[in-house]
Design a protein around this ligand. Structure first.
Ligand code: THU
Length: 138
């Protein structure tokens, strides 16, 4: 199993925990920190819809809460809860910006997967070109 497949499998595990009583669209993410630890996240919805948190941000916030602030890659899987197979689930714009805060955009890999063997790999720079980040405030 290559490193992408390992991370995708962890995202699939994370997806099981998604709390989605409103959209029934379940997303899982697995975020690889520079120290080798993987942080999982799922989407957590809310009766007040805008309070919903995406899977990717759940993973980032969980990692930061554990003291990790440098990341190398994230795998993302998502789809309707009753879907027979998953489609590609690219990260939303807010999650792209949140990831941008804690990575080197040209190096950070975003693995968007349908399954452990069917996936696309992008850099964050590809998904969020000409981005605004901490350096702009320095
Ligand atoms: N969602 C994610 O968790 N990540 C994304 O990148 C796209 C959308 C969630 C939010 C909401 O719970 C559901 O998918 C439908 O938008």
């Amino acid at each position: 199993m290559n490193r992408y497949e390992q991370l995708i499998n962890m995202a699939l595990e994370a997806r099981v925990m998604a709390y989605t009583p409103y959209s029934h669209f379940k997303v899982g993410a697995a975020l690889l920190a520079k120290n080798g630890i993987v942080y999982k996240g799922c989407n957590v919805e809310n009766a007040s819809y805008p309070a919903t948190n995406c899977a990717e941000r759940t993973a980032v916030f969980s990692a930061v809460a554990e003291g990790q602030k440098e990341f190398e890659a994230i795998a993302i899987v998502g789809g309707a809860e009753n879907a027979e197979e998953l489609d590609f689930c690219p990260p939303c714009g807010i999650c792209r910006q949140v990831l941008r805060e804690f990575c080197v955009p040209e190096k950070f890999e975003v693995i968007v997967a349908k399954s452990a063997t069917e996936y696309k790999v992008f850099t964050l720079e590809q998904l969020l070109p000409e981005s605004f980040g901490p350096e702009n405030l320095a």
